[in-house]
Design a protein around this ligand. Sequence first.
Ligand SMILES: Nc1ncnc2c1ncn2[C@@H]1O[C@H](COP(=O)(O)OP(=O)(O)OP(=O)(O)O)[C@@H](O)[C@H]1O
Ligand SMILES: [Mg+2]
Length: 748
Amino acid sequence: MKGEAVDGDAVIAKLVEMGFKYSLAVETLTNILNGPWSTNLGASTSSNCSKVCVKVSGKRQSNILDHFGTKMQTKRSKFNVAKDALDAGSKVSPVMEGNGNVHPDMHRDTKITSEIIAVDFPEELCLGADWEQQVSSLLRKHFGHASLKNFQREALAAWLSNQDCLVLAATGSGKSLCFQIPALLTGKVVVVISPLISLMHDQCLKLAKHDVSACFLGSGQPDKSVEKKVMEGKYGLIYVCPESFFWLIKPLQSLAAGRGIALFAIDEVHCVSKWGHDFRPDYRKLSVLRENFSTFDIPLMALTATATNHVRKDVIQCLCMSKETKIVLTSFYHSNLRFSVKHSGTSLETYKKDFHVLIGDKQHLDRAEDSDNTSVPCGGFHGESPDLSQEVSGSFEMSDSPMELKERHGPTIIYVPTRKETLTIAKFLCGFGIKAKAYNAKLINCLFLYSCQKSYLRQVHEEFHEDKVEVVVATVAFGMGINKLNVRRIIHYGWPQSLEAYYQEAGRAGRDGKLADCILFANLARTPTLLPSRRSENQLKLAYKMLSDCHRYGMNTANCRARSLVEYFGEHFSHEKCYLCDVCIKGPPERLNVREEADIFMQVLAANKKPYALSWGNSGYIADSYDDDITHREVKRRRYVEKLYLKLLVSKIRKQYMAIDMSWWQGLARVMESEGYIKEGDEKAHVQIKYFEQTERGWDFVKSQREESLKRRPFSTFSEWGKGWRRRSNRRPRERKSKGFKASQKTV
Ligand SMILES: Nc1ncnc2c1ncn2[C@@H]1O[C@H](COP(=O)(O)OP(=O)(O)OP(=O)(O)O)[C@@H](O)[C@H]1O
Ligand SMILES: [Mg+2]
């Protein structure tokens, strides 16, 4: 059949039928006819081209994108992108496969057996300064957005100039577009490393809706033929989890040599860092990207919403990103999120009280809906539900219409520290007629919970997105990448493991830009204790540090919460305050003059100071390594005896001076630590200061107190400590005492 002349119009028709734009089909054939092969092809044209030789090869006809692939093998030069590939990348009209993958020609005739001979590619065209316009048109066409955001523009400019790039942008700001556009713009493949199967699945589904071909590979991919299709260049975006990446290196190298890889994107890149909140060992091995793909000169783009300065440096170093890596940084501040902290025992006994607003809204909504529709029998909540109407009365305005209520208190995610709590709280809420579902990693195969074949977790995901489930009670497993626009409430019920995790999860709220609540219910009288299950000595120290930061955040009642969070990530908070959080609304607590108590505290500490390093010195004790003959128990005993810990210190103070409650002194110690007067005297990490030691500043304080004992200066940052968390009974002794000491003065 070689050399057989066929009708060019029929070829064009076939290409159009396959989904390619008419103009591109025509242009491609014209190029073929006018190119170096035109004489061999023996083709004639009827319109611009009509006849072309096709070789029947017995194989499936190659996708036009496959042909662009060869062209893309050339090293991408600055601002050079194939214009036609730009069209090709944007014109394919993919359809969904059942497995969540999407590729462009699924719905087209796959039995085509001819192959266009030696189709070459149009010359690469310089995009130049107008690349933004081209991106804008893709943006409008696929995603319906009017323009790029500044940080997206910066990230794309870095990619176009072949630079590595670290994108640090708030949750919900639109980081995904930074790596999706390159696939559309070049027609090459973008490989995205992503940490969660659910996240990859979600992104592929979403891209399908936007006519972008994408799939995911790895253990979660049920369709084994997908990998083959990937290697044939059928998908513009390939999502892979780091664990699967290592066995895909060889095929991806072939892909880089064939169709070409435009970019490696490492999403949620904080997982690389041991200093990050969600360390994944396999993320750390991603230096293989550089080691194995160096010949292809593929830029790296790393993206996250939660990385402290330390994590940023670690990421760049660990991934072997270039020294010239462009850092694209946006504000971490969410002006529509209303943060608050509430003291709670976070136990079965406290559910009723803590979730009363949630339950109250539901009941009010049900009643309002019932009265709107008298044909529907009354009884929006289940028979056995306890009647909370008395408790909840006053928690909402009776004038709220159901619509207003729905708007105000829409979909909610409750994060809890343990899997067990996901089940108990979901069950508790269901008892009040709330459509609540538990979500934790252990439930992944609970098919018996669901009659359909979808995994239970997938189902919860979808139902929440479709507003069929009102509340998801989840562990951290339901976190990264959840992009439901109208989540109105994120409740953390119990201490989170870190502020990074907290902010990441809080970032699921208000992605539509409307007001949303982020409430932390925590037992402020107890330090957080949740530690990662597998940890080295160093990781343990870090985990304690992270818990300590969470504790500080919870205990703080003086600084705007949004400010504390944003500053935690190293950003200068340019606003005075957020005017939304509980601290901004209530105002900081009354300031107290505790100079007197602080003096006593420091004096007792100074008087009882044991230079424990010296006393250990005689027995050969050195901080981390001790002689075999000193047992752990002995070390513990000595630490107990030698160091001044809170109980000991307070009992000494109480004997000599004033009998204020232990937790009061604990609060004072916290303030004094934050002011740099005392520090942890133990080599081990603790969530809050356990063994006390004066700092230089502390000694100066003691000396100055001796010299200026008559001067009473206010201890101005006392409010950092907060007092709302203490039980009233604890406060009483202090109040009584303070009358005598005149310590309770308002200070500026
Ligand atoms: N240029 C843009 N204009 C308007 N909306 C945009 C733009 N870019 C992205 N978005 C929208 O922002 C939302 C969030 O996008 P995306 O999921 O990429 O956020 P993210 O930064 O990756 O968040 P997370 O850190 O939670 O993963 C999406 O609904 C997306 O459509
Ligand atoms: Mg994202």
